[in-house]
Design a protein. Sequence first.
Length: 208
Amino acid sequence: MRLTTTTHVSLDGVLQGMGSADEDPRGGFTRGGWALGSGDPAVGDLVAAEYDDAAAFLLGRRTYEIFAGYWGTFPDPASHPVAAALHDRPRYVASRTLTHPAWPGTTVLAGDLAEAVGRLRSTGDGDLLVPGSGALVRWLLAHGLVDRMRLLVYPVVVGQGERLFPQDGPYLRLTLVSSTTTPGGVTVQTYEPAGRPASAGTGRHPDA
């Protein structure tokens, strides 16, 4: 499977609490729901298609808990494309502490995560989709396990909250695969990792 991350971020890189006001109040975050304020139906259509195309899902612990509390208790999963996909396809959670997942049918990847993710990538077809899960995305990028990275960038500055890439993180060069903009101004950018950046004028990596 092709491991594909998909992350909704603000213009200043915030991914925390994009869905609702009380989705993720960690650290005193008070500006939740900033993405839904865009009122752009094209984003909903894109997300529905993305989930429908996924062969399986890989989630970080925090994202899993948010999804389990909402999509996992959805009254009629067949009535919503995202709920239907999440209920019908395999779901994996990367966690060393989760032992009894509340959402039936969830598999916890314990032990050597790189080995477990490698096994998933080497079996089956289609996308192994990683929605949200900022800490997991950074870890996967740092360990060379991401095949494709999709960013949905909203025209809003949140000004607080967890960012996809904080001050310290992976050092990567990316190749732009595609880019489009929705009628509401959300840019959808798809990248593929392309190794480490080279120093200007030398062709060498700065820490080579």
